[in-house]
Ligand binder design. Structure first.
Ligand code: NAI
Ligand code: MG
Length: 323
């Protein structure tokens, strides 16, 4: 039996998490779910966006399934990642419709603990200053993770993304550390690009990428761009992994523009649950669910509007579960 902390959060977070539980419930695995509050609604009701109780439930669980927060996202998900010490954020950009989007398949390995996301901002007489933190230790750890990931999954190339020409000390350290770690992996090809050029190459040459390792903010931005390459934010899952905890969440947010309509694509969250199954050592079920999702998208009838169908979030999940 696995103890899963479930934090649906705000907006479509509620809808896509419910849909994902519908699929998980079909597996011959015993899950014990503990629901916990976080997000804008929680903030209105309890006066805090991320109660201590929720942090404790998340820490005590075997894994955490998270939906999305709204405007409080920085105080919820960014804080949770820090509290759980999940130093890596894995964001696979993989096309589930190769005939439509090509065989795009690369992994973004995003550093998850520092950069501008430390939220160290200060007002100054002229405006404001935000500090960006890059350490040797975190750069080493994330680079190691990326190379090991490449090796374990049969990928041949790791690309570092930074802006070391402008941010010479911080991004410069990240780049230098990346190449130091690379020396331990002579069989894996390496290169590096500036983040602005990468934003273009992802569109012009997406098949050239296998594993991207980057700092926190660039990883956030490039993963939404990656989503745009393969059908939108409804398609991209993520895994936050540390030495002791794993938190699984779609890349998207609470989508207030479609929340409450029951039309959110549940695929990103179901695929996040697949990453959770991998983390729990239940990979055979993860692969099976992925296969079924591809099949369902190909059939094209029981899918949400972003995938060209008319099914609701819950109807699509129930169809996947029925298979
Ligand atoms: P968003 O990811 O919520 O939505 C961006 C666009 O993608 C919208 O047009 C939305 O309708 C669409 N979209 C997202 N998920 C979808 C799905 N599953 N199916 C179909 N369409 C989908 O990002 P946005 O609009 O920038 O932010 C909305 C709120 O979410 C903000 O309050 C923001 O702070 C929060 N947010 C929270 C995150 C988290 O909790 N991890 C991550 C990103 C944003
Ligand atoms: Mg984001």
């Amino acid at each position: 039996m696995y103890n899963i902390a479930v934090i649906p959060g705000d907006g479509i977070g509620q809808e896509v998490v419910e849909a994902t539980i519908t699929v998980l419930d079909k597996l011959p695995i015993d899950f014990n779910y503990t629901y916990a509050q976080a997000g804008d609604k929680c903030n209105e009701e309890q006066g805090v966006p991320l109660p201590e109780e929720t942090i404790k439930i998340a820490k005590d669980a075997d894994a955490v399934l998270f939906g999305a927060a709204g405007e409080t996202a920085a105080d919820v998900i960014v804080r949770l990642r820090r509290e759980l010490n999940t130093f890596v954020n894995l964001r696979p950009v993989k096309s589930m419709q190769p005939e439509k989007y090509g065989n795009i398949d690369f992994m973004i390995v995003r550093e998850n603990t520092e950069d501008l996301y430390i939220g160290d901002e200060e007002e100054t007489p002229e405006g404001a200053i935000a500090r960006k933190k890059i350490t040797k230790a975190a750069s080493e750890k994330i680079s190691e993770y990326a190379f090991k990931y490449a090796k374990d999954t049969g990928r041949n190339k790791v690309t570092a993304v930074h802006k070391a020409n402008v941010l010479k000390l911080s991004d410069g350290l990240f780049k230098k550390t990346f190449y130091e770690v690379a020396e331990k992996y002579p069989d894996i090809e390496t290169n590096d690009f500036y983040v602005d050029a990468t934003a273009m190459y992802l569109i012009t040459n997406p098949l050239d990428f296998e594993v991207i390792v980057t700092t926190n903010l660039y990883g956030d931005i490039l993963s939404d761009e990656g989503a745009g390459l393969v059908g939108g934010l409804g398609m991209i899952p993520s895994a936050n992994i540390g030495d002791e905890n794993g938190l699984f969440e779609p890349v998207h947010g609470s989508a207030p523009d479609i929340a409450g309509q029951g039309i959110a694509d549940p695929v990103a969250t179901i695929l996040s649950a697949c990453m959770m199954l991998d983390y729990l050592g239940e990979s055979s079920y993860a692969r099976k669910i992925e296969e079924i999702i591809i099949e369902v998208i190909q059939e094209g009838t029981n899918v949400t509007p972003d995938l060209g169908g008319t099914a609701s979030t819950q109807e699509m999940a129930e169809y996947i579960a029925s298979k």
